[in-house]
Structures are given as C-alpha cells and as structure tokens.
Design a protein around this ligand. Sequence first.
Ligand code: NAP
Length: 248
Amino acid sequence: MPRVLILGGTGDARVLAALVAGRYDVVSSLAGRVRSPLLPVGEVRIGGFGGVPGLVSYLRSSGVSAVVDATHPFAAGMTSHAVQACALARVPLLVLRRPGWVEGPGDRWVRVPTHTAAAAALPSLGSRVLLTIGRQELAAFAACVSPWFLVRSVDPPSAELPPHSQVLLSRGPYTLDGELALLREHRIDVVVTKDSGGEATYPKLAAARALHLPVLMISRPPVPAVRSAPTPAEAAEWLASVLSTGAG
Ligand code: NAP
C-alpha cells in the first residue's frame, strides 16, 4: 500500500485519517503541543521533523508517496515547510484547509490582520473580553492593562497574560446555549478569535451575534500557491487520483 503522511492537529486531519485508513498505509503527524491530544486512527508520530531538511529526510526514509497538510490554518510555518520539502523530495502535496468564517446579517465583526493589531484595536471595542486564540499568541495581549480577560485554551497558558485575566481550560466542540451562558455569566462585551473556520468553535460567533457583541476576527495568514481542498472527502479524492496515476 502507498504510504501517506497526514500533517495533523485538526479535526479534519482525524476525519481524513479515518476515511482513508485501510486504503493506504497512513501515518498522522502531530506537533506535540497539546498535553493529551485527540488521536487519529492508525499510526501516529509526534514532534517536529527538524525544519525543511528534516522533513525531506523523513519523506525519503519513510517512503512517503503523498502528503496532505491538514494542519490548522494558522500553522503557517509547518505549511511553508511542507511546500518546500515536498517540492525538494518530489512528493505530491495537497493542503486541506476548511473555509474561513463568513460574516452574516447581525454580525459585528472587526477584521484585523494580526494578533498585535487585535490587541491595539481591543480597548475601543470593549472592556470584558473572551479571548479564544489558543495559547501561542497570548503574549500579544500582555500589555492590555485595562480590559478584563477570560482566556480560554485547551492547556494552561505558559505566556505572560494580561494583568486582569482568568483562565478557562476547555476544549470544543461548543454549543450555542453553552456559549450564551458563558458570555452572560462573565458579562463579556467583546469576543476575540482567529478565523479558524469550522463548526466546532462557531457557536461563540452565533452567541456574540445574538447578544449584539462585537467580534475581533484575526485574519488567516496567506496560503502558499499550492493545490488545496476544503474538505476531507475532497482530500481523499485527491489521494485516490495521485496514487492511482502517480501524478502530482
Ligand atoms: P507552526 O508554527 O506552523 O509550526 C512550527 C513547527 O512545529 C514546525 O516547523 C514543525 O517543527 C512543528 N509542527 C507543526 N505542526 C506539525 C505537525 N503536524 N507534525 C509535526 N511537526 C509539526 O505550527 P503551530 O501553529 O505551532 O501548530 C502546531 C500544531 O498545532 C499543528 O499540528 C496545528 O495543526 C495545530 N494547531 C494549531 C493551531 C494554531 O492556531 N496555530 C490551532 C489548533 C491546532 P519542525 O520545523 O521541527 O518540523
């Protein structure tokens, strides 16, 4: 069976691994950032590859025939490495990226390009903040001294936090009722999020809309010009096409 590498860390990566298990010899790769990660079916390797050279060497030594980069839309470093390494090792690559969220009637979104820009825009939008950006970029908000933050993340943050903050450890998926209750309980008046896309964490946006709250939406980093697909099913079709023809 051809060997397929799925660069994971997302729900879509787990769905894809389950879809193609048995058809290919699948190995899923995780960065190892989360203490107790949700694991895909099949073989899993954990930890960085050692940059582009490390990934090239892994692709060659493991006999990988195709790679699907199903990392999070904000994992731009891994995606850039995958693009470079797959070109060097001449292995076909597909980037699996779920679509970003789309603003609808009743939404009050303010789009910003970076976490730093979000921190700068925040004080003009509210004073009690639900900060749902994961752990890695929290330092961008450390200098926001006046607002109060409810910082939600899967694992405890290691970065410096804003002076007035409370940490809420939790992992989605979330529900509209649950998010409404959370926003009301903490008297949240602005929500800060990355444009991760997907349904699991969408209810916070529906809840913000229902309560007429502004949302600071951090835009995605640019995607390299490579072949991409929006769903695991389409990624599975791509795998079937490249692995039956050997084409990239
Ligand atoms: P990143 O900044 O793009 O990557 C930094 C380094 O982490 C990469 O150069 C690579 O190390 C290693 N790495 C990242 N993803 C990997 C994977 N799937 N398998 C093996 N090594 C990986 O990535 P990140 O933003 O820290 O994200 C890390 C992981 O968390 C990814 O798997 C991503 O899907 C998941 N995740 C990220 C976010 C987010 O907001 N960034 C949210 C949810 C889940 P080497 O250079 O040593 O190979």
